[in-house]
Design a protein. Structure first.
Length: 319
């Protein structure tokens, strides 16, 4: 039994390593968004601020270039920020994206792990959200949850600092939640939507629904009581939780993640928060040595782009 476990661990770990090796994985240079019609114009484009101040593992010119391309395809005004987060900066933005922030310019994953954001930055973000701002937070597999713990705790999201395997979420088994984000036909004001992907027939064609979403490892979290989990892990979900990331053996704790979330949303004050514990699902990346692609163009992830656009529409308060 132990040998079978070790084989499973090796296979599991090989998937995880693809998402976090600096010199072996790059943004897919051939990625082109499916979306061909912008929801927004220059006159009404929400400003999306992408944090790159905190040694982020996912950046606009790096692994999150496809994420940027998808947002631009829908007309968002996407800007990167290399400045410390503060009230004046936030007041110029509609949506703040923080993806896999780090505590320093790391060349390894060894502890100790410190907060990427200062207490002052966390306080500024919290007040901005309460007054109407929207936060899009991504914290992938261990050790990324540790670096943003003070921020995730502030909004009530409890992360497991481990590694979970790839997962498929579906409406039919309720691992993917029926919500305006996944069922755009249910929007209250469809006239506000520009034709985007299959959206021109919003009220007539149920194929507009996002009925499946795929993730590529990552971690998991328990959302606060008032949040809505969009991506809920099923019965077989397990997190491997090593003391040191990737140092996994037969003694490494394995914890059931049944009912935990990999994606959830929260309305708080006048603002909105979307939290995800996996970053590849919103990008397209290439393993340099093999040429294998992972993310938005992978089998089972064909609706991830539409899901991302709908999450952004919810954060921008279009739905």
């Amino acid at each position: 039994m132990k040998s079978i476990f070790l084989i499973n661990v090796v296979c599991f770990l090989s998937i995880i390593l693809l998402a976090c090796t600096d010199n072996k994985q790059i943004a897919d240079p051939d990625f082109i968004p499916q979306n061909k019609h912008s929801r927004f114009s220059l006159n009404n484009a929400p400003v999306v601020l992408i944090d790159e101040k905190h040694h982020n593992f996912l950046t606009l010119s790096g692994r999150y270039k496809p994420f940027y391309d998808v947002l631009v395809s829908d007309g968002y005004n996407v800007q990167k920020s290399n400045a410390t987060i503060n009230e004046a900066q936030l007041n110029k933005a509609d949506i703040l994206v923080i993806a896999n922030a780090l505590d320093k310019n790391r060349h390894d994953w060894q502890p100790p792990y410190n907060n990427a954001l200062s207490a002052k930055e966390v306080a500024a973000i919290k007040q901005w959200v309460l007054h109407g701002g929207s936060l899009f937070l991504v914290a992938d597999h261990a050790p990324f949850p540790r670096f943003i713990k003070n921020l995730s705790d502030e909004f009530g999201f409890e992360f497991s600092n481990g590694h979970v395997a790839n997962a498929q979420f579906n409406l039919n088994n309720k691992t993917l939640t029926a919500h305006v984000i996944t069922k755009p036909n249910d929007i209250k004001n469809p006239a506000r939507f520009a034709p985007s992907l299959s959206w021109p027939v919003l009220r007539r064609n149920r194929s507009n629904y996002v009925d499946h979403v795929r993730t590529f490892g990552g971690s998991a979290f328990k959302p606060p009581a008032k949040a809505i989990s969009l991506l809920t892990l099923g019965d077989e979900a397990v997190s491997v939780i090593p003391t040191i990331p990737f140092k996994i053996n037969s003694q490494t704790p394995r914890v059931s993640m049944k009912g935990w979330s990999q994606g959830a949303i929260l309305k708080i004050g006048k603002g909105r928060v979307a939290v995800f514990s996996e970053g590849m699902m919103f990008s397209s990346q290439v393993e340099v040595k093999t040429g294998d692609k992972f993310g938005l163009t992978s089998p089972g992830a064909d609706q991830n782009e539409l899901f991302l656009l709908n999450v952004m529409a919810w954060l921008s308060k279009e739905i």
